[in-house]
Structures are given as structure tokens and as C-alpha cells.
Design a binder for this molecule. Structure first.
Ligand code: PMP
Length: 386
């Protein structure tokens, strides 16, 4: 595939050949012995990758938004208070979903590139009884990373559930679900988990399951209702056939394959690799005078970079030139600055060579657009750090 372009957006990403081969295997019955084993194994592996031996995994056909929807639908009852901590576009999405199920949402929004302070969060939690708190671990629209651990501790202190939108972080940023006391950690297959789009993935704590079990009103979403899915997950985990909605057989085989790869590498090694490549990439970008959205390193994601275009460079023309050099990058997403920045995904089975190709394409495009910088500087910086 010599003319293939390198897909470096923040999901979907480049996938391992063995994962893609699993997608192409002959589709088996969802109650066939080999598939039951794969499904059960994928459930076991999720607990390992999420570092949640006590959690309850859910694997359901859908995208990350369904995982958010599932968390909200099962946990929210009419007029429950929910606290949304937002660092960009996806905080806003969580607010919309929670409100759809009748929650009274308080929305704490950080300035662009920043996080909401713990003091602000605690003050709000003290002010009334919250059913749950949502945190976007990495907001894919800003590249801002939030430290979920102290927020989960605060949620626990004030008796609220903590829900982590880990769509752009699970398997790419450090998460210790059980140790940190996170009640829900959710993601989608197409990001750092490394599987083509189509799976909503979620791990729930026993506390979250108990709160759902003790609901007074029925779940207001038929497809997402855990009453339908919990028995299925429990059956496959016990290596027994079960049916509610036909599972996406090939995607689940691909999930098993990718989680095996992640687990074999070791989740800690995997996170370390993301950190190392991301920090070298950031330094490289800065060395040619470009600026990223997050205001400091502790608030910066390791799974993607959100980078401002230099003054007087047209974003559309820049991205087109990068594309002509066989690299696919993403434009901006946050409405207020959408045309001012671009995004580079660097998660999953990424290698330093991929980022060298990205830097080279960025430099070439900038040079053609007459941006003034030392050609080769970002590549030199990156290679010096890697
Ligand atoms: N949350 C975050 C942080 C995301 O990055 C995304 C997808 N970019 C979503 C939620 C929604 O996921 P999906 O597009 O798979 O529905």
C-alpha cells in the first residue's frame, strides 16, 4: 500500500495489522464457542487495561457517545443534580446528554487551555447534593488533560459518583480506576484502545451498579438500559452464550486482539511511551515557534496535540498541503477558535517514525507557505529527545 496516507487524527487512528486481520476473519455465530471465548476474554482484558479488577465491563455496539449516554441513562433520575466539569466541546456534550434524562446540570467550564480548579469543584460539591460528577479526562477539542484522581476523591467525599469520559485517554493516559475510586470509566474503540470505530466501552464500579439497581424509575433509554446488557456481560464472562442485541462479532474479535497487544506490552509501558513521544513532539513543535492550546505541561494531553496555526497562515491551505504529503491531520473543533488551530493524534500503536513523518510534512507545508523558521529544527529537536 505505497500510496497509503498516515492517519494522524485524534481517532480513528492507525490500527495494528493483526487487529485489522481480526476484522476480516470469517464472521462466526455470536453463540459459537470460539466467539464466546473471545467475548469473555475481551471482558477479562478490559478489567486489566482499566486497572479495575472489581469493575463491571460493558461492550456494546455504538460509539463513545453511546457510552456517555449509557452512563447518564442508567444513573440519572428526574431532577438529580449533576456536576459537569468541562474543558471543551465534550463537556458540553455530557451536559446535553444529562439534561436529556432530566438532570439539573451545573456546568463548570474552564477557560480555553485551562482546567477548573479543585477549589471551585469542592465549593460546588459542598453547596448541594450531587448524584454524579463528570470529568473529561482529555478533551479532544483542546488537548487539555485533567487529573481525575483528586476530583474522584472529592466526589467520594461528597457522596457523588465520578464518571470519567476517557474516550481520548483510556490506554493512552494513566488511569487506575479502582485505586482512584472512579465509578465509571468509558471510552470508544477507535482511539487509544486501537480498534476500528463501532464499540462503546465502559467499566462501572459496584457502587454505580448498586445505585442503578436501586433506581425508583425505569431507565429512559431502551437500548442503553443495563437491565438488557448486564446479564449478557455476566454470561459471556462465565463463557456462556447469551443474547440481547446481536454483538458486532468481528469488532469484538478485533477488540480482544488489541487488548491482548496492550496487555502484553504492559499498560504502564504503554502510558510511558505515550508520554515520551508526546513530550518530544511538543518540544519539536515549540522549537519552530508554534504554540499549543493547553497553558502548561501538566494540563497537556499525551494522546493528541492541539496547535495554533502561525499568524497569517490559512488553516485550510496548510492542512491540504500536509495531506498532499500523505499525512492526515484534523482541523479545530472548539467553536470559538475552530479556524485557528489544528490537531494531531498520537495514540495507540504509534512509533517515533510516525511523528517524524508528521513533523516533516508540517515543516514542508509551513515552508511552502513562507513561514519563517529554521528548516529541520523540529526534526532535530524530536530526534534529540527520543
Ligand atoms: N468524548 C471525547 C473526549 C471524545 O474525544 C469523543 C470523540 N472524539 C467523544 C466523547 C465521542 O465519541 P464518539 O465520536 O465515538 O461518539
Amino acid at each position: 500500500m505505497k500510496s497509503r496516507k498516515l492517519l494522524m487524527i485524534p481517532g480513528p487512528i492507525e490500527f495494528e495489522p493483526s487487529v485489522l486481520r481480526a476484522m476480516g476473519e470469517e464472521t462466526t455465530s455470536h453463540v459459537a464457542g470460539n466467539f464466546i471465548e473471545s467475548f469473555g476474554n475481551a471482558i477479562d482484558l478490559m478489567k486489566k487495561v482499566w486497572l479495575s479488577p472489581l469493575g463491571q465491563p460493558f461492550i456494546v455496539a455504538g460509539s463513545g457517545t453511546l457510552a456517555m449516554d449509557m452512563a447518564a441513562a442508567n444513573l440519572i433520575e428526574l431532577n438529580d443534580n449533576a456536576l459537569v466539569i468541562s474543558t471543551g466541546y465534550f463537556g458540553d456534550r455530557f451536559r446535553n446528554i444529562l439534561e436529556r434524562y432530566g438532570a439539573n446540570v451545573t456546568y463548570l467550564e474552564a477557560a480555553v487551555g485551562e482546567v477548573v480548579s479543585l477549589e471551585t469543584i469542592e465549593k460546588e460539591l459542598r453547596s448541594k447534593t450531587y448524584k454524579l460528577v463528570t470529568i473529561t479526562h482529555v478533551d479532544t477539542s483542546t488537548g487539555v488533560l485533567v487529573d481525575p484522581k483528586p476530583i474522584a476523591e472529592l466526589a467520594k467525599k461528597y457522596n457523588a459518583l465520578s464518571i470519567l469520559d476517557g474516550v481520548c485517554s483510556v490506554a493512552g493516559e494513566e488511569i487506575k480506576q479502582d485505586e482512584w475510586g472512579l465509578d465509571i470509566v468509558l471510552t470508544a474503540s477507535q482511539k487509544a484502545v486501537g480498534v476500528p470505530p463501532g464499540l462503546a466501552l465502559l467499566v462501572a464500579s459496584q457502587k454505580a451498579i448498586d445505585i442503578w439497581k436501586n433506581r425508583k424509575s425505569p431507565v429512559q433509554n431502551y437500548y442503553a438500559d443495563w437491565s438488557n446488557w448486564l446479564p449478557i456481560m455476566q454470561a459471556y464472562e462465565k463463557r456462556q452464550p447469551s443474547y440481547f442485541g446481536t454483538p458486532p462479532v468481528n469488532l469484538i474479535r478485533a477488540l480482544e486482539t488489541s487488548l491482548e497487544i496492550i496487555n502484553a506490552e504492559g499498560i504502564e509501558n504503554r502510558i510511558f511511551k505515550h508520554k515520551k513521544l508526546a513530550s518530544a513532539f511538543r518540544e519539536a513543535i515549540k522549537s519552530i515557534g508554534l504554540h499549543i492550546i493547553p497553558i502548561n505541561d501538566t494540563m497537556t494531553a499525551n494522546t493528541l496535540s492541539a496547535i495554533y496555526y502561525p499568524e497569517n497562515i490559512d488553516g485550510g491551505t496548510f492542512l491540504k498541503k500536509v495531506y498532499e504529503n500523505d499525512i492526515i491531520l484534523a482541523g479545530g473543533l472548539l467553536p470559538e477558535i475552530k479556524l485557528k488551530y489544528f490537531r494531531v493524534g498520537h495514540m495507540g500503536s504509534l512509533s517515533s517514525n510516525d511523528l517524524i513523518s508528521v513533523l516533516s510534512a508540517i515543516e514542508k507545508a509551513l515552508a511552502e507557505l513562507n513561514y519563517n523558521f529554521e528548516i529541520g529544527k523540529s526534526l532535530k529537536t524530536f530526534q534529540g529527545l527520543i
